[in-house]
Each structure stands twice: as structure tokens, then as C-alpha cells.
Design a protein around this ligand. Structure first.
Ligand SMILES: N[C@@H](CCC(=O)N[C@@H](CS)C(=O)NCC(=O)O)C(=O)O
Length: 215
């Protein structure tokens, strides 16, 4: 049966899984869970994802959550083309880059956190966006330093795009959505240009999804 992805146009975690599915050539159907109207809390969706978050991926009788866990599942189930490198040390490097955004930055930006900022601390929309930009900028600086030390050629691990490219691109896409500027980041600029030419990345961009505002 075709895999079913529950996501939302603006969700950068969903973007990561979309790209991974497309890089591996796996057919899927996406169902939108509108995070802006609170559909993530509807009982029907809570039965799929008890954390009230997207993405969730349903593969026959298996329901998966968490973008990193989903991408690792896809990697193990469909090893070719590989998203992780062969060398153990390289895999640790790639996972560290992935967690740089999935674990360190992204959790600070999600709607439930910004809702708390507004409700408990009175942050208005501008303050909340500024908060997101702050954390995204710190992540951008850190990624640029990592890539300067080990320049992509043209992708992070060589000739083919993989998990590190997906995760760094998700950070760059979030920076775009929150208008966090790229300052003095030639390696990130180059990686973005390279990945943007790949169909799996281009077609998965939040602003290309049904429901997204016209560019
Ligand atoms: N670590 C999770 C993050 C999941 C997550 O929080 N997704 C966001 C959208 S990108 C969400 O559904 N947020 C709902 C909310 O904050 O209410 C992953 O990578 O899948």
C-alpha cells in the first residue's frame, strides 16, 4: 500500500521527510494536518500521533513519528540510494549535523513553543518571529563553521545528496520562512544552490505545497 504522510505545508519536519521519500523514489500520499487551526489536537489525529505534531508516516500497519526516526527507518528499509555514508565516523558526523537543527534549533521554533511565549510572556507576533530568527541565526553560524571545516563537494558527503543535506536545507528553509538573513555564509549559499536544483528538494519546499500562500 502507498505510504501515507501526515504533514503541513509550513512544517520543516515534514519537509525533511518529503525530501527523503522523494530522494529514495518512494511513492507517498500526503494528508494535511492544519497546525494553524489546531487540527493536530483533533482526536482522529491524536490517535496517529500522541505528541500532536507532524510529520507522521503510515507504512501499512506501522505508524512512525519524528522526522529523524522516519528517515532512519526509510534508510534501513530502502537502503538504495543511501542517505547515510558508509564510514562509521562519517555517519556520526552526518547525525551530528542533523541533530544540530532537529534537536537544537527546531524545537525552539515550533508553534506550541511560540504559543507559550505569547500566552505566558506576552510576546507579540514580531517578538515571536524575532525569537525564531535569533535561534535560527545561531544555527546558521554553527552550520557555516562546520561546512567551512569540511566543504561540501558539491553535497555534504560528496556526489549525492543525503541526510545532512536534507537537515541543513530544512534549517535554511526555516530561515527563509522566518526571514533570518544569511550573513557571510558562502558554504551554506553554495549548498542551498546545489540542493535547490535537485527535484526532490525543489518540489518539497513548503511554499510549493497545497495551502501555502502564493509566493
Ligand atoms: N522533532 C520533531 C518535531 C515535530 C514538530 O514539532 N513538528 C511541528 C511542525 S514542524 C509541529 O507539528 N508542531 C505542532 C505544534 O507545535 O503545535 C520532528 O522532527 O519530527
Amino acid at each position: 500500500m502507498t505510504m501515507k504522510l501526515f504533514g503541513f505545508w509550513r512544517s520543516i519536519a515534514t519537509y525533511r521527510v518529503r525530501v527523503a521519500l522523494r530522494l529514495k523514489g518512494i511513492a507517498f500520499e500526503e494528508t494535511s494536518v492544519d497546525l494553524l487551526t489546531g487540527e493536530q489536537f483533533a482526536p482522529a489525529y491524536a490517535a496517529i500521533n500522541q505528541a500532536h505534531a507532524v510529520p507522521s508516516l503510515v507504512d501499512n500497519d506501522l505508524t512512525l513519528t519524528q522526522s529523524l526516526a522516519i528517515m532512519e527507518y526509510l534508510e534501513e528499509r530502502y537502503p538504495t540510494p543511501a542517505l547515510l555514508p558508509e564510514l562509521l565516523s562519517d555517519r556520526a558526523y552526518v547525525r551530528a549535523l542533523a541533530l544540530g537543527t532537529i534537536a537544537d534549533t527546531h524545537p525552539l521554533l515550533v508553534p506550541r513553543v511560540r504559543k507559550q511565549l505569547a500566552e505566558r510572556f506576552g510576546a507579540n507576533a514580531e517578538a515571536s518571529e524575532d525569537w525564531a530568527r535569533h535561534w535560527l541565526s545561531i544555527g546558521l553560524v554553527s552550520f557555516e563553521k562546520a561546512l567551512a571545516r569540511r566543504p561540501p563537494s558539491p553535497f555534504v558527503m560528496g556526489n549525492e545528496p543525503g541526510l545532512a543535506d536534507i537537515c541543513i536545507m530544512s534549517h535554511l528553509v526555516a530561515a527563509q520562512l522566518f526571514h533570518a538573513p544569511l550573513h557571510d555564509a558562502p558554504h551554506l549559499e553554495a549548498l542551498r544552490a546545489t540542493c535547490s536544483k535537485v527535484d526532490a528538494f525543489a518540489t518539497s519546499h513548503p511554499l510549493k505545497q497545497p495551502g501555502a500562500p502564493a509566493a
